[in-house]
Design a binder for this molecule. Structure first.
Ligand code: HEC
Length: 128
């Protein structure tokens, strides 16, 4: 009887510990948005036409002039994109039909965090 309760107690401690860790992981780097979620949004919405970094081959042969996502943050504050994304971005993607995106403030935060990460990486590479 005593042994059983000890096992239950231990399991509880382990479960609590794991919850604590995953909670920490979930919020790590989430000062603003979530980079991983942002990446998957970008993969579904932007990276069909845009590259991540300068010099990477463009994913769509019909799109020849989409700047890399990492370059946005290098050229202007990423916050500038926030409003555009919120209002429904229709950046003059003249040659191609740009799908209508609707973003919630949360997905915008995720997307911008991901782009911020790409910008940091691009800047680090440039420094070397
Ligand atoms: C269907 C292809 C396509 C998709 C999808 C797409 N883009 Fe674009 N994007 C382009 C092209 C092409 C240009 C360059 C347009 C030009 O210069 O006239 C561009 C330009 C831009 C620019 C302007 C960059 C600058 O330097 O002025 C921004 C910002 C941008 N895209 C953001 C996004 C974001 C964010 C997403 C995903 C939510 C996205 N785009 C999805 C094709 C696309």
């Amino acid at each position: 009887m005593q042994k059983t309760s000890l096992v239950i107690l231990l399991t509880g401690v382990v479960a609590l510990g794991m919850w604590g860790i995953s909670d920490y992981m979930a919020h790590k780097g989430e000062a603003y948005g979530n980079v991983e979620r942002g990446q998957s949004i970008a993969e579904q919405t932007c990276l069909r036409c845009h590259t991540k970094f300068e010099g990477a081959p463009l994913p769509d042969p019909n799109v020849t002039d989409a700047p890399p996502l990492a370059s946005f943050g290098q050229r202007w504050p990423l916050e500038n994109l926030e409003e555009a994304l919120a209002e429904g971005i229709t950046v003059s993607h003249e040659s191609v039909t740009m799908p209508e995106f609707s973003f919630t403030p949360e997905t915008i935060a995720d997307l911008l965090s991901y782009m911020d990460k790409l910008t940091q990486k691009a800047n680090e590479t440039a420094k070397q």
